[in-house]
Design a protein around this ligand. Structure first.
Ligand SMILES: NC(=O)c1ccc[n+]([C@@H]2O[C@H](COP(=O)([O-])OP(=O)(O)OC[C@H]3O[C@@H](n4cnc5c(N)ncnc54)[C@H](OP(=O)(O)O)[C@@H]3O)[C@@H](O)[C@H]2O)c1
Length: 242
């Protein structure tokens, strides 16, 4: 068991809720980050009913005011943060599949959450993570952000042609590397994870994995010890090609 404190963004449903549940099972106090108080509190109620230590933290990763307020609340209540899981993301259907016809606004909207939101939230919480003995940042990426998966004709994702979501996850991988380099030689571990194709609202429940299966890589990387890796991209099975 542990007295660690973790914030998971977009933790009210899907893979984020399962990451919260898994960390809760490990004894971690989970701060359920959600933009909707109703959906966030409902998830907290579910987790508490299962015996986990869960608290709601309102955070919209595209809204600087809620990010700052969330960091202030966590500082006042807990004084530090041990684990930050940047899980919240969107898939904007308006981007379509024809790159030459993709509305830039749809791509910008995707980047606001999937890339800029991660940078904004991470920077806001770094001062609290610096107070942890074992700070961990886990960025929930995707295999469709992997250049290997998108350029290898044998990959099941080779035929995907959208430019917003995929590019946002490739950018998130680059963001992960940048932060891992910044914190090289410190106690921080910064890693990206691939949940695999999971049945969630994001994809109309088309995925073949469960959200619980999708949570496993993030939970593992959230709990790695001092000998664990940093600056890596991981799936449930182990290292994933960039
Ligand atoms: N499902 C897959 O097959 C798959 C595969 C690879 C990677 N991923 C990644 O896994 C992560 C979780 O996705 P999921 O499949 O569980 O999707 P999901 O069920 O749609 O959940 C997404 C979560 O993000 C939240 N969110 C969206 N925009 C937000 C914002 N601006 N501020 C705060 N929260 C926000 C949503 O909150 P609301 O309920 O308020 O909308 C929701 O809690 C994402 O990073 C996704 O890219 C998923």
């Amino acid at each position: 068991m542990t007295d660690k404190i973790a914030l998971i963004t977009g933790a009210n449903k899907g893979i984020g809720l399962e990451i919260a549940r898994g960390l809760g099972k490990a004894g971690v106090t989970v701060l359920v980050g959600a933009r909707s108080p109703e959906r966030g509190e409902a998830a907290v109620g579910t987790l508490r009913a299962e015996g986990h230590k869960a608290e709601f933290v309102r955070i919209d990763v595209t809204d600087a005011e809620t990010i700052a307020a969330a960091a202030q609340v966590v500082e006042e209540v807990h004084g530090r943060l041990d684990i930050l899981v940047n899980n919240a993301a969107v898939l904007n259907r308006q981007e379509g599949w024809v790159v030459t016809e993709t509305p830039v606004a749809a791509v910008r909207d995707t980047y606001e959450t999937n890339v800029f939101g991660v940078i904004a939230v991470t920077n806001a919480f770094v001062p609290l993570l610096e107070r942890s003995a074992e700070p961990r940042i886990v960025n929930v990426s995707s295999e469709v952000g992997s250049f290997e998966m998108m350029t290898n004709p044998d990959s099941p994702y080779y035929m995907l042609k959208g430019v917003g979501y995929q590019a946002s996850k490739a950018a998130l991988n680059a963001v992960t590397i940048a932060y891992s380099k910044h914190f090289a030689g410190t106690a921080f571990k910064v890693n990206a994870v691939n949940p695999g194709y999971c049945a969630t609202d994001l994809n109309g429940h088309a995925g073949h994995r469960t959200p619980e299966q999708g949570s496993r890589a993030a939970i593992r990387m959230a709990l790695i010890g001092a000998d664990g890796p940093t600056g890596t991209f991981e799936s449930e099975e182990g290292p994933h090609p960039w």
